[in-house]
Design a protein around this ligand. Sequence first.
Ligand SMILES: Nc1ncnc2c1ncn2[C@@H]1O[C@H](COP(=O)(O)OP(=O)(O)OP(=O)(O)O)[C@@H](O)[C@H]1O
Ligand SMILES: [Mg+2]
Length: 542
Amino acid sequence: MKPTDMFAQVGSVIASVMFAWAMFKQYCPYNLQEVIDKYSKRAFTFIYPYIQISFNEFTGDRFMRSEAYSAIENYLGSRSSTQAKRLKADVVKSSQSIILSMDDHEEVEDEFQGVKLKWAAGKHISNTQSVSFYPVTDEKKYYRLTFHRRHRQLILGDYLNHVLKEGNEIKVRNRQRKLYTNSGSYWRHVVFQHPASFESLAMEAERKQEIMDDLAVFSTAEEFYARIGRAWKRGYLLFGPPGTGKSTMIAAMANLLNYDIYDLELTAVKDNTELRKLLIDTTSRSIIVIEDIDCSLDLTGQRKKKKEEGEGDEKDPKPKLPKEEAETKQSQVTLSGILNFVDGVWSACKGERLIVFTTNFVEKLDPALIRKGRMDKHIELSYCSFEAFQILAKNYLKLESHHLFARIQELLGETKMTPAEVAEHLMPKTISGDATVCLESLIGGLEKAKEDAILKAEEEVKESARLKAEEEAKEKEKEKEKAKAEEEEAKEKEKEKEKAKAEEEAAKENDSSKAEENAKKPVKENGFCDNGNAELISKEKK
Ligand SMILES: Nc1ncnc2c1ncn2[C@@H]1O[C@H](COP(=O)(O)OP(=O)(O)OP(=O)(O)O)[C@@H](O)[C@H]1O
Ligand SMILES: [Mg+2]
């Protein structure tokens, strides 16, 4: 037989089989088709010793990207780049690094505890056309894992856990971190790129190390928190005057731990329900920040005020936001809403989270809000010390020492200046960036601050003396008025006495004249006199 004849025959056999299959599908009852399908698959798995697991890219009805799929994608990244012939590339971290993954229908091998497995990337093309609000893609991608059935236990247990864990870790390493801000009940985000670090933070080395250790211990303590039955979260309260580095420290924390930041603007949150929704929407490995909590809401003693409701509201210069029951258009987030947020619903959310409050006036906050357990670590950021200045000088001027440092140390011991102000003096003043000019500017600033402080102190002394004098004058005036009032009262009493005496005398006179008149009158038959007892008595005597 010629090859051309053979091809013609094979072609006609295939065509006949296809035709027969098409006829079968068309005319065979649906139920019978299902049964045939089922048994043919069973027969196939009986002779085929491998198990296959598919991980689809999207799960559920709401087109949620499967976490397992993206973890596997990350996990297979490095293996794909060395084994697959066709790769897909993606750029992350603002064009700084490229992530590779295998293209569709590629296969890579993996080995786990001596067991070989195979991963394949594929896609289903769906024939169904549907009208949906969401853009519908017909391609459904998946990863398929194939392994021998004798390794079922190992693969379904340890191996898959290992893949998910490593994949998630790679994802966290590669991800572009985000800074979220709340708008209504949703979060909006931008790429978080802040250069702050603990190295550049001007602070005493010992305290800095303590905070870094605390963060490091927290971020690796998943098992510890699980064992002691506490939610994996930690609260930090940063307090201190403006410009002492509170916001900078939050950025440094996020950079150290590789966390996202959720910057929560409480005044833009309508009520406690919206607050709860926002918090549930936060992801693991994040820092939730409420800046200037003393200004965000009237949380500075709401509990106390509830008792004294209606008292002294006008006296407080701080703009007030509503109390628990008040109906206003502004935020109705309450202290109890915040407390629930810190240790209520949010605690139940899985994964590690830090919560950081900042304030300029720690003493104004309700103690319930900042007690240990809610705000576990209280960190005071204060005025610039010489040690902090040295770090700033190293960062800004690349200086370890300078002959002007001694004078600066002396001045920093005598006066207060925030790191922000010191940093401002250290900014380059000339194109050449002469360090001496900056240091001299700082010395000038410190000397002025010292003079201002002395003047202020003198002013305060004068003011307090003036207030004291005013107080004394007021006191004297009061005493004078009191004495005058007493004198007048005494006079009044004297007058009343005299008046009473005069009345008594008049009454006596009146009585005696009446008695005389009665004596002149005739005595009545019954022996009683018209004019009372005096006459009766005189008659009896007679
Ligand atoms: N401890 C510090 N170390 C390094 N830089 C600092 C430090 N404190 C302040 N700065 C500098 O001062 C600027 C202002 O600091 P930051 O915004 O962190 O202050 P803050 O304490 O958050 O102030 P506020 O209470 O007004 O929010 C920062 O841009 C930073 O450059
Ligand atoms: Mg700040």
